[in-house]
Ligand binder design. Structure first.
Ligand code: F6P
Ligand code: MG
Length: 439
């Protein structure tokens, strides 16, 4: 296999990677600092003076981090001992060794974008855990909560739709069931537009009912492998397998997570699957990504809603978790900077776990960047090739485009898009269902 191309990086002045490091990353740090400031009295009430001291310490560590980033300082090792610290530091050393000949050290604008962006979120976490007693504070929680509440109307519309669908699901013929499956897949795709890291932590929610827009959004699906997903799962169902397991590698909490829950509920109700395994982050990540707290919080919120059908969804989902039909997992690998092609060596237990799935859905842009190694691939090289040996089970990326990276397009497709919309790669306006597995 040919050597994969170079990584996307902030070295390319004017690129999306460059602009993210230059503009968006410092804004995210500033927002985290503000959030800590605003919680000062809450910390005082909870922990007294120690809480205020901790808030000051976390803020000073984050300000130092922002300064390192803005002045393109060398990337320094992590200091606070955690389960993943050695793996992080080994990875940083490895990068250092690759640069030996040029006498460079890894730096913010010089190193791979994926590495420095993950490193920033890991350093934010370090600043918080170095500041007890506020060491389990999630600096992004407030934004995640706000974006969920702002999407209330859409959430109600989706929950109502789902409850009606589930009630009549036994009466649907094959074709109708397939259409519903496609609808809910698209809802889960467009749910990925709502991400807080792209909007630098500013509110990014779903205010309109996405169900009404699906038809209009169809032309924006650049790769559409939904038929393969249907064939795969409906064949599993026909073969009467005792267990059909679908894994969902989660992305954002809030509205996107609701759309993933709706899809998961449908998969069980339609018997296209009977176990859903969710994979989330073990620390706050890329502003809006789902942690176990967000996962449980959301189910709770939905359950406690005053709206009859929304609340029914929450009760059902809580029950799915209790009965083990829905299983939540986290693993440190998801918040390491590694590309997924090394998962079988770096996290063999996780790889073995994913191999048990009949289908793995990878939600969101960051997962796509890690699947393809965040490299400067040509637009028409096959997805299978960009996965660079990562094939634990049949898989599909469900992602709106938010990085200058896309593979598997038809010859000429990228050029046409570029001509009609030069920002097509980075605004989340376009989406893909890109499948890799037996056809
Ligand atoms: O900062 C922008 C960005 O890093 C994207 O390029 C990135 O992949 C995205 O944030 C997060 O998107 P998602 O939530 O879809 O993974
Ligand atoms: Mg995300």
């Amino acid at each position: 296999m040919a050597k994969p191309p170079a990584s996307l990086s902030g070295q390319d002045v004017g690129s999306f990677a460059y602009l993210t490091i230059k503009d968006r990353a410092p804004q995210i740090l500033t927002k985290a600092i503000d959030t800590l400031h605003r919680h000062k009295s809450e910390f005082f009430e909870k922990y007294g003076e120690a809480g205020v001291e901790a808030e000051k310490k976390a803020i000073s560590l984050l300000s130092k981090l922002r300064n390192e980033l803005q002045t393109d300082k060398p990337i320094i090792p992590l200091v606070e001992k955690c389960v993943d610290t050695d793996m992080w530091n080994q990875y940083l050393e490895h990068h250092q060794s690759l640069l030996k000949e040029s006498d460079e050290t890894p730096r913010w604008f010089y190193s791979p974008w994926l590495l420095v962006e993950c490193y920033m979120y890991r350093r934010i976490h370090e600043a918080v855990i170095q500041s007890p007693p506020i060491d389990d504070f999630d600096v992004f929680k407030e934004s995640k909560t706000q974006s969920f509440f702002e999407s209330q109307e859409s959430v109600i519309a989706l929950c109502t739709y789902l409850q009606e669908l589930v009630r009549t699901i036994e009466d649907l013929d094959e074709n109708q069931l397939k259409n519903e499956f496609f609808k809910l897949l698209q809802i889960s795709l467009w749910g990925n537009k709502c991400d807080l890291s792209l909007s630098a932590g500013e509110a990014s929610s779903q205010k309109t009912n996405v169900l009404n827009s699906l038809q209009d959004l169809k032309p924006f699906i650049l790769v559409n492998d939904m038929e393969h997903l249907w064939s795969l799962l409906s064949n599993c169902k026909k073969s009467e397998k005792t267990s059909i397991r679908v894994a969902i590698v989660l992305d954002n909490s809030g509205f996107e997570l609701v759309t993933d829950f709706i899809l998961a509920d449908f998969l069980l109700s339609s018997k296209l699957a009977n176990e859903i395994h969710f994979y989330g982050k073990s620390i706050p990540w890329f502003v809006s990504d789902t942690t176990v707290r967000d996962f449980n919080w959301l189910i709770d919120q939905v359950k406690c809603s005053n709206h009859k059908w929304m609340s029914k969804c929450g009760v059902d989902w809580e029950n799915d978790v209790k009965m083990g039909r829905w299983v939540y997992h986290d693993h440190i690998f998801w918040t390491l900077p590694h590309e997924y092609c090394v998962m079988s060596q770096v996290a063999p237990d996780l790889y073995a776990e994913l191999q048990k799935a009949h289908l793995i859905l990878f939600k969101g842009d960051l997962n796509y960047r890690k699947l393809t190694g965040d490299r400067k691939w040509g637009f028409s090289i096959p997805f299978h090739e960009a996965l660079n040996g990562f094939h634990p089970a049949p898989l599909c990326s469900i992602r709106t485009l938010k990085a200058e990276l896309q593979v598997g397009l038809q010859p000429g497709q990228a050029e046409q898009l570029m001509a009609s919309d030069p920002t097509w790669l980075t605004t989340g306006k376009y989406g893909i269902f890109q499948y890799d597995g037996p056809l």
